[in-house]
Ligand binder design. Structure first.
Ligand SMILES: [Zn+2]
Length: 380
């Protein structure tokens, strides 16, 4: 049975300083509705503060990913946002009228509290399969395709976004990318590394435990930075894209050389001169496999960095504001590139890089060819 809706499961949301089901009282009330402008907020980069600033500036994303270790607490943050957005008499509103603080007394607030607000749905993994099934997601898509009945926004919370198998994601992706008007998705996960990139990159990410998205090593970051700078100066055109491609290919080739050097030095082949031919062959093929696997891992990490930047460009093209861009330091550049293209083109860029990544990761396609096809499609 698809478990669509927040009513399916009898459980109190731990909100404010209520007691969570662990039996441990939450230390502080949900910071979501804590007033910001008076005094300095605890941390400027706390996800709730980022979110508040972005709402206060009139920007509401259509899909958020809440990341944190405790799924119950993420749910309570998500429900609080749903309550806030739909409160009929909010205590504070942003400049474009988006509510910032719920009254907790109006009908909508009370219905959210008693889990029967019709425009709020929560999906959790099915009990038996422990995954979010395609039936559940289809039910949800059907529900969000209708206009809100009582609220301002339809809010759909997907608790356990890492538990969506490919079939579910395939059914969901189009709606996640272009949701109906006045719909907000909130995907929650304690295991962001298990959420596939296509989903990660479509969401505005809020990290409740201070960790970040993709981690780049210093060389990759330096390369990406120069790539971003080059992109800003390169106006669209085939020559420009070939130049970017050449640059990327030589970065990868230097990466492979570096790995080869390190691994060859560590191989037993360098320490033994007189080896049986059979053993030599074995060590050689082990070395080769190990280089290939390390290289693939590093390449995938590196391309993920590029993907996250293309995602920033997409967010900028949708005028989502700067707060939630991944590469904060390059916000100017990302916005400059975004100005040249439409949001649809920016999304296509993201999709074509992801298709390239999939091709490289799941097939033995020739790397140069895959990169050429993928990169030349980019509209930057
Ligand atoms: Zn209210």
């Amino acid at each position: 049975m698809p478990n669509v809706g927040g009513r399916g499961k009898k459980r109190a949301w731990p909100s404010g300083n209520e007691v969570a089901n662990s039996g441990i009282a939450l230390a502080k009330r949900s910071p979501y509705n804590r007033p910001v402008p008076n005094g300095v907020p605890e941390t400027e980069t706390h996800p709730i503060q980022l979110l508040r600033r972005s709402l206060a500036n009139g920007r509401l994303g259509h899909a958020y990913l809440f990341v944190g270790g405790d799924i119950e607490s993420l749910e309570s943050h998500a429900v609080e946002l749903a309550r806030t957005l739909n409160c009929q008499t909010p205590k504070a509103t942003g400049e474009t009228g988006i509510p910032l603080e719920p009254c907790r007394e109006c009908t909508a607030c009370r219905k959210v509290d008693s889990h029967n607000f019709p425009d709020l749905d929560i999906l959790r993994p099915e009990m038996k399969s422990r995954v979010i099934g395609v039936g559940q997601i289809r039910g949800l898509i059907q529900k969000v395709s209708l206009k809100p009945t009582e609220g301002r926004y339809k809010v759909a919370i997907i608790s356990g976004a890492d538990r969506m198998p490919p079939v579910t994601i395939n059914a969901f992706l189009k709606t996640l990318e272009e949701p109906p008007e006045r719909t907000v998705f909130m995907l929650l996960t304690a295991h962001p590394e298990k959420v596939i990139d296509t989903v990660l990159s479509r969401c505005l990410r809020l990290n409740f435990e201070g960790e970040t998205g993709v981690q780049l090593d210093a060389e990759d970051e330096a390369w990406l930075q120069s790539f971003v700078g080059m992109t800003v100066q390169t106006n669209e055109g085939l020559m420009g894209r070939y130049r970017l491609l050449g640059n990327l290919v030589s970065h990868l080739s230097a990466k492979r050389d570096g790995i080869e050097e390190i691994q060859q030095a560590a191989s037993p082949l360098t320490r033994h001169d007189d080896i049986e031919p059979a053993l030599r062959k074995k060590w050689e093929s082990e070395l080769e496999a190990s280089i290939e696997s390390e290289y693939r891992g590093q390449r995938s990490q590196f391309l993920a960095g590029l993907q996250w930047w293309l995602r920033d460009v997409w967010l900028a093209a949708m005028q989502q504001g700067r707060e939630l861009l991944h590469f904060q330091a390059w916000a100017d550049a990302s916005e400059a590139v975004a100005k040249r293209i439409s949001a649809e083109q920016a999304l296509e860029n993201l999709q074509s890089l992801e298709a390239t990544q999939r091709l490289l990761e799941t097939t033995n396609v020739q790397e140069a060819l895959a990169l050429e096809v993928g990169l030349l499609k980019l509209k930057l």
